[in-house]
Design a protein around this ligand. Sequence first.
Ligand code: HEM
Length: 315
Amino acid sequence: MADENNPNGKNGNKVGVLEKVTTGVKEDIQALKTDIPTKAKEQIEGLKDPTKTQVYTSIFRHKHDDTPRNRALGVLSNVFLHLHPAKINRDAVRYSYTWGMGGITFYLFIILTYTGVLLMFYYHPSKVQAFRDVLYLEHDVPFGKILRNMHRWAAHLMVIGVWLHMFRVFLTGSYKKPREFNWNIGVLLLVFTLLLSFTGYLLPDDQLGFWAVTVGTNMARATPLLGHEGPFGSMLGMTPYNDVRFGLLGGSIVDANALLRSYIWHCIGIPIVASILMIVHFWRVRKDGGISGPAPVMLEAEADKPRRGPKAAGE
Ligand code: HEM
């Protein structure tokens, strides 16, 4: 008969394993007894300071201390903020320098896109429905009046904003080298902003829009080469039924086709082109060395320190 305590025997092996398991389990229980309260304490502490929770650290991968390095990391590790440079010329972003007009214009474009999509839920681009939809929006749709007015006012403000932005860029001489290309992108943006405004004007299909578009597109008759009343137009075979005005209106009068064309240009064609141009415009601002500005880059921490150089010596 085999000795039960014999470690080399069959039963002895079983006992040895059993002992090991029991000891292991005991150790684990002991460890848990100390670990659980410690971890629970850490979690509770973490709730007091959310920046120490795992959820927070899984999203924000940098420390929160207010140091120049952490500030830069904060910008670089955020998908939206990294579109901005980590460090900028402080004087260049003063409102007194930029008037904030480029940013405001972009902000208005976002409002217009958002309210425009909501308006599309209620609007049909047909002669029967269009004006009725506007009346319905004004009088029956909850918040319809404010929605429509937000879109309309933001459109007027965007046109004003884009002109003011261009004026400021002109006044600060920011169209000069190396920003000539971005000035040209800007000119296209101005044209597309005005076209957005113009195509939107017809959509309510009211008297104001109808006559504005009638007058506006009548000017297209006189386009050189492409208008039937313009210079060299007739020589190129332009008639009221094949010239540029005909192309714009989808016919020779402002009617259902003109409404549909305005709608498609206004809601799809022009916003897509304008968005692409804006992306290029913002990218170029970065590539051209950031917003043109009057002073060199200086950290806030450095701003309090005494300045070096001849001017500082004289101070
Ligand atoms: C939809 C229209 C436009 C938007 C959203 C827009 C947006 C911006 C923004 C956000 C900036 C950064 C500086 C600032 O805010 O002033 C900027 C800079 C600039 N924009 Fe525009 N812009 C538009 C139209 C124009 C137009 C019409 C022009 C000129 C014809 C123009 C020319 C420039 C130039 C040259 C810069 C660089 C300025 C500098 O470095 O100081 N932009 N734009």
